[in-house]
Design a protein around this ligand. Structure first.
Ligand code: NAP
Ligand code: BGC
Ligand code: ZN
Length: 353
């Protein structure tokens, strides 16, 4: 069957032929419908993050999948169910994190991530998965089901950010999303529902399709060329919540300064090594004297996927139409990996219902 993979060091995705998988005990065979592409895929292809399974010279890509159950294989699913798989799998048999249903909290070495690190992904005509790592979604969401995984990332990060503020009466009113990529825009659409005022920072000049999306959902665009993160309180307002989705390492520290007292910043980006100077004393003092919290968050699991299905159901079709700039079949899969200023969210289509 066809699959899309990156050969180690090749720096680009290619179409390869792999055997169709056979479901083992407790595993479901899923016919793949669509698989999304995000910033992590670009980092994996470039060799900056993740890696192929041991003994393999390639990694089948894809961690944002939606598919249709082909063979339920004795699990609680039935053929025809529309499902979304979670990303992490135990590396060598279960460990405590998987056993308690929190693989998203596992440290390095205690997980593989399908399509990212150590285990082939979902960009193939079929994939198998233990039933416990599949979440059923309504058939009406099948076309956009590849957005459940990225939305689940935000569900987890926000749950952790809110938990860090749960020891007092926190009443956030404003949120700033750093980054106008697909994760940033999905997050902004979710925040628009729950905050009085939402902002999204990018480095693009007008006209730009992401700025149009930000404004169409009621957000305010902040141009980082005019307003660096630390100047957001002066030019706009000090936000109660900052959600960093740029992967630009300085933003983690600038966010501490920009937050309102008692605020929280959730850091999502995965930057490479970068040494730069910061005023550690000032940042340390700022966190302490203004009760600020900085929360890192990676991956997500079943409860976050379930919450994501609800959030996706509530999103306006016009927003989703603007966000998804292209869905490409296998003949033109390379276009799904183009990363330019007109591309926001793409997916590869393997099949339809
Ligand atoms: P993406 O499409 O590459 O988006 C990143 C966005 O940030 C782009 O729009 C980029 O702008 C903008 N940006 C980068 N540096 C900037 C700067 N200095 N100032 C202003 N804007 C800047 O990636 P994504 O898929 O949305 O993901 C965002 C980040 O989250 C990535 O680092 C990714 O690795 C990470 N991520 C983490 C998790 C997790 O579990 N923690 C999950 C998914 C993604 P331009 O387009 O104009 O360059
Ligand atoms: C994926 C997560 C994964 C993270 C780090 C993200 O793009 O959506 O599931 O944990 O990358 O590899
Ligand atoms: Zn991702």
């Amino acid at each position: 069957m066809d699959a899309i993979a990156v050969r180690t060091g090749a720096g680009k995705a290619e179409l390869i032929d792999v055997p169709k998988p056979e479901p083992g005990p407790g595993e479901v065979l899923v016919r793949t419908l669509r698989v999304g592409v995000d910033g992590t895929d670009h980092e994996v292809i470039a060799g900056g993050h993740g890696g192929a399974p041991d003994g393999s010279d390639h990694l089948v890509l894809g961690h944002e999948a939606v598919g249709i159950v082909e063979d339920a294989n004795g699990t609680s699913f039935i053929a025809g169910d529309i499902v979304v798989p979670t990303v992490r799998r135990p590396p060598n048999g279960p460990n405590e994190y998987f056993e308690r249903g929190e693989p998203d909290m596992a440290p390095d070495g205690q997980y593989h991530e399908r399509g990212i690190v150590g285990k082939h992904g979902f960009m193939a005509e079929y994939f198998t998965s233990p039933g416990e790592y599949l979440v059923e979604i309504p058939e009406s969401l099948a076309d956009v089901g590849f957005l459940v995984e990225p939305i689940s990332i935000t569900e987890k990060a926000v749950a952790h950010a809110r938990a860090s503020r749960s020891a007092f009466e926190w009443q956030p009113e404003s949120a700033v999303v750093l980054g106008n990529g697909s994760l940033g825009l999905l997050t902004l659409a979710m925040f628009e529902e729950s905050f009085d005022r939402v902002y999204c920072l990018g480095r693009r000049e007008r006209p730009d399709p992401t700025i149009d999306i930000i404004e169409s959902i009621g957000g305010t665009y902040i141009n980082s060329n005019e307003t660096p993160v630390a100047a957001i309180p002066d030019d706009y307002e000090a936000p109660d919540l900052i959600f960093e989705a740029t992967g630009y390492a300085k933003h983690a520290f600038e966010a501490i300064e920009a937050l309102a007292p008692n605020g929280v910043a959730a850091l999502l980006g995965v930057p490479g090594d970068w040494a730069f100077e910061i005023d550690g004393g000032s940042l340390h003092r700022e966190i302490v004297l203004h009760n600020k919290a900085i929360v890192g968050s990676v991956n997500s699991h079943i409860p976050h996927f379930e919450a994501a299905v609800e959030s996706l159901s509530a999103m306006d079709q016009s927003f989703l139409d603007a966000l998804i700039t292209g869905v490409y079949d296998l003949k033109e899969f390379e276009t799904a990996f183009v990363d330019d200023d007109t591309t926001i969210k793409t997916a590869v289509q393997f099949d339809s219902i």
